[in-house]
Design a binder for this molecule. Sequence first.
Ligand code: NAP
Length: 259
Amino acid sequence: MFTSMKNRSVIVTGASKGIGKGIAKVFTTAGCKVLVVARTLRNAEAAAEEISQAGGQASAIMGDVTSESDMENVATAAVERHGGLDVLCANAGIYPQTKLEEMTSDEWDDVMATNLKGNFLSTKACIPHLKNSDYGRIILTSSITGPVTGYPGWTHYGASKSGQLGFMRTACMEFAKYGITVNAVLPGNTLTEGLIALGEDYMETMAASVPLKRLGTVEDMGNAALFLATKEAGYITGQTIIVDGGQIVPESLEALAEA
Ligand code: NAP
């Protein structure tokens, strides 16, 4: 089962740290060749080096998902380095926290540009190459925040993460004729550098609200993405997998405490 990933060519955006690096690690462990994309080249190189040291096939490239030309360069580089392109993991995202009353128009635009337009630009750049694969896969990293839940300070973020699913549902229809599937992983709170920056209190409170009583790991997210990337998942498109330890399930704090 799930033997189809060996030597698959994979792009992971936002892979110098956090969930993206976890996805890159899980895919290389399954035998894929991964292009690690981030804006800060030295961090992308460090992540690729760490993966290579562990026996995986990874290399780095600088790319900003808000730039059309950067995304075209990234897609071309994957084809040149790996001999083709099979999977795009559109993972790069930012989550600055600002309440709506204080939010500036620029802050709104920045979040939309990275989280939503970044999905459009990376997908558009990769499609011509994914069409040449015997099967193509696009996996978006969305979130529970927006599609399922809300959190103060994240109106822009929640809107962008819901927007990704609207994008996915039409893109999957347009690309079905090429055998390309488009799906999304919706992480709950996951232990990443970005989340740790939100502070110890935030992490402890969030872990306590999860029925499985721990935050997610980047490998939890990578495993879900890997499943969606397999040949065996080829009849799944336009769908979401929530990976949150059951966080969205309890209907109240009392329900959680009683369990
Ligand atoms: P993170 O630890 O802050 O890492 C973000 C990664 O994205 C870095 O590699 C960063 O590198 C890159 N990046 C940021 N802006 C970029 C841009 N414009 N172009 C290219 N790369 C860019 O973030 P994370 O927590 O792993 O989150 C990754 C994804 O998971 C996001 O889409 C986020 O919304 C989603 N998510 C996270 C959680 C969580 O709990 N952590 C929960 C739900 C969903 P550079 O800064 O060098 O570019």
